[in-house]
Design a protein. Structure first.
Length: 302
């Protein structure tokens, strides 16, 4: 496979968005997923983007659920939910070239560690993205606002960086992506569980005083755990950052709310659950994150 070949691991909203834009930039894209309806739609109709007027544009991709069809791939972007990372790490072990690189842009904590455990440190890149997308159906997504793709500097990352830049993603190189991962965790922990539990778009949290207060407490708890982990956050005020994101994405449904509405598993374990677990290791109490963790889990355990 050549430098123009990109493997997108995941067939959800972000996977479709990245695949469509990379294909539009003349890269050959393969999508590896386990969602049968998604893989079938991508195979039959391509990766679809829908604009604000409801118009669809389709881009041809190769979609499969068999990692054997991807053997030898050198450049992969991992965009699956955190609870799927263990499975796809095993798949990538089958198909990623010895000198290949898998870049994780996933939500939550633990994804990079899981991938490196299976693939080795030299074959995994760490990044974060604030780009959003909403799944409108199998193989069809709507962009949720242009964000930033931040990549931790890595000598093997050049081809993926170039591919993303050619697809007009806003790519930034950083020295410490863990700071950005935790910064995104602050925002995700503050917004996603509450929107999923209340079934409201992001901006509605700011209009409900009790929800806004909880959002602030969630953000401060994550920031306290980050300090204990010696992770410098990329902003000074975690509450202001969470509120700013909620305001800028006011009409958006969070990915966790989308999962709940579809009856799918959420990433709550890798977000609120991870904050609670790591906090406990430092003897830091995180009662609001713990409550959100248990309440969102209860949606599937009821």
């Amino acid at each position: 496979m050549s430098n123009k070949d990109i493997l997108i691991v995941g067939t959800g909203a972000l996977g479709v968005l990245f695949a469509a834009r990379l294909t539009q930039a003349n890269h050959r894209v393969t999508m590896l997923g386990s969602w049968k309806e998604g893989v079938a739609a991508l195979r039959d109709h391509g990766a679809g983007l829908v604009d604000a007027s409801g118009n669809e544009t389709r881009f041809n991709v190769h979609a499969t659920d068999d990692p054997r069809e991807c053997v030898g791939v050198k450049h992969a972007i991992v965009l699956v939910k955190a609870w799927q990372t263990e499975r796809v790490a095993g798949q990538l072990k089958e198909c990623l070239a010895d000198d290949g690189l898998a870049l994780t842009l996933q939500n939550g904590l633990g994804n990079y560690e899981t991938l490196t455990r299976h693939l080795g440190l030299t074959r995994v890149g760490l990044g974060s993205t604030t780009t959003g997308a909403t799944l409108r159906g199998p193989g069809l997504a709507r962009a949720g606002g242009e964000g930033i793709v931040s990549l931790q500097r890595n000598p093997s990352l050049g081809p993926i960086e170039a591919a993303l830049t050619s697809a007009k993603f806003n790519v930034h190189l950083v020295s410490n992506a863990q700071s950005l991962v935790w910064g995104k965790l602050v925002v995700n922990a503050a917004i996603n569980p509450l929107t999923a539990l209340l079934r409201v778009p992001n901006g509605e949290l700011l209009n409900r005083p009790s929800a806004r207060e909880l959002m602030g407490k969630l953000a401060r708890e994550v920031a306290e755990v980050a300090r204990a982990e010696n992770i410098p956050l990329p902003f000074d005020d975690p509450v202001a950052m969470a509120e700013d994101v909620a305001s800028k994405t006011a009409a958006n449904q969070s990915s966790m709310l989308q999962d709940v509405l579809r009856g799918a598993l959420t990433e709550i374990d890798a977000i609120s659950g991870a904050v609670t677990t790591i906090g406990a290791q430092h003897r830091i109490k995180t009662p609001i994150n713990w409550a959100c963790w248990q309440l969102v889990r209860a949606i599937h355990n009821s």
